[in-house]
Design a protein around this ligand. Structure first.
Ligand code: UDP
Length: 368
């Protein structure tokens, strides 16, 4: 049976890599990989690290691409790999434009669709934009829904998805993380030598959500600047996303501060290394909200909503929002109140046991 994995961004590649490995090892399946390369630079590093070779590369990345042209070009371009491989099942992941378009293309081509990391919701069309609509539309089309948690299954049931088509598997991000932590614990990466953090507490920061572009991103960066200037016991490490909307604001406000390192996006194993070495994490990323609790690191989320409430309930993640006062006090609480820090770092990680990919393989084998 032929299965085709279609994806285009770094987080999809990280979370699909362990699943692809399982399918490739199983001779029951002819496993094919098609990348849209929605985000070229950051995607390739991940493929190299996990030793995944794409059978088909649509190479859609264009300078200043907008959602209209990306969506249209992806739909058109997917026709060719779908007719070449004639997959019984197309796997998509999460909430990207690639996932939504690939589901539609697979449906047009008569293939069934398996949606990994299904059922995450904010129920707010604008946040995250456009991901919330991407994931809702993918749900409408998909035939198999691999939900990471009970909560995500409940969201799908509430939208009238048949229970027999929903499978709770855990999140494959933990499978990737476990494999990577073992590899990175053996050596210190080169980039670390360039960052003079020595005995300081490292706060690891990432941010790239469209909804924060502009005023939100500015407010958040001003808070980081204030914290860096008032606290010489911390070092902020910020791998800055390549999107110019992020890059320009971050460098304008946080450039040239001694205890702030603005660096290029790290490759995945280096990022996991620095997360492991950090005191806590501030992010608007989805994947990082799932990984950090897996490493016992508290997370402050610079958003007002999250489609990952499980970790908020478990106590490892706090929604700090983009309001300056709230964000600053959440950071100072973690720095100054050991009990609050301990409670967050010791809480349970609700995202899985590292066996999600094996479960997905078993289920598909029975169903296809
Ligand atoms: N990540 C990485 N290098 C970085 C920042 C993040 O490899 O410099 C990884 C991180 O470990 C996580 C994923 O990228 O697995 C998250 O991607 P992103 O924040 O772009 O997207 P989201 O998870 O919000 O969809």
């Amino acid at each position: 049976k032929t299965v085709l994995f279609v994806f285009g961004t770094r987080p999809e590649a990280i979370k699909l890599a362990p699943v692809i490995k399982y399918f490739k090892k199983d001779s029951y399946f002819d496993t094919r990989v098609c990348i849209t390369a929605q985000h070229r630079e950051m995607l390739d590093q991940v493929l190299d690290f996990f030793e995944i070779e794409a059978d088909y590369d649509l190479d859609l990345m264009k300078k200043n691409q907008d959602l209209f042209s990306l969506t249209a070009r992806a739909l058109e371009a997917l026709k060719e790999p779908l007719s070449r491989y004639k997959p019984e099942l197309v796997f998509v992941h999460g909430d990207t434009t690639t996932s939504m378009v690939a589901s539609l293309a697979a449906f047009y081509a008569g293939a069934r669709v398996g949606h990994i990391e299904a059922g995450l919701r904010t129920f707010n069309k604008q946040s995250p934009f456009p991901e919330e609509i991407n994931r809702q539309l993918t749900t409408r089309i998909a035939d198999f829904h691999f939900a990471p948690t009970k909560k995500s299954k409940a969201n799908l049931l509430a939208e009238n998805i048949q229970e027999s088509q929903i499978f709770i598997t855990g999140n494959t991000v933990i499978d990737a993380l476990e494999e990577t932590v073992i590899k990175v614990s053996q050596q210190t990466p080169h980039f670390a030598e360039k960052i003079p953090f020595s005995s300081k507490k490292i706060i690891l920061i990432t941010g790239h959500r469209r909804e924060n572009f502009g005023a939100g991103m500015q407010r958040i960066c001003e808070v980081f600047k204030e914290i860096a200037e008032m606290r010489q016991d911390v070092h902020l490490v910020y791998p800055v996303h390549l999107n110019p909307n992020v890059k320009n604001t971050v460098h304008e406000i946080l450039g040239n501060i001694a205890n702030v390192s603005l660096i290029e996006p790290l490759n995945y194993p280096d990022f996991i290394w620095i997360m492991h070495a950090s005191y806590f994490v501030i992010t608007d990323s989805g994947g990082v909200q799932e990984e950090a609790p897996g490493l016992g690191k508290p997370v402050l989320v610079t958003r007002d909503t999250t489609e990952r409430p499980e970790a908020v309930t478990a106590g490892t993640v706090k929604l700090a929002g983009t309001n300056s006062i709230k964000l600053k006090s959440a950071i100072l609480e973690l720095l100054d109140q050991p009990e609050a820090y301990k409670a967050m770092s010791k809480a349970h990680n609700p995202y899985g046991d590292g066996k999600a990919s094996a479960r997905i393989l078993d289920i598909v084998k029975k169903k296809l």
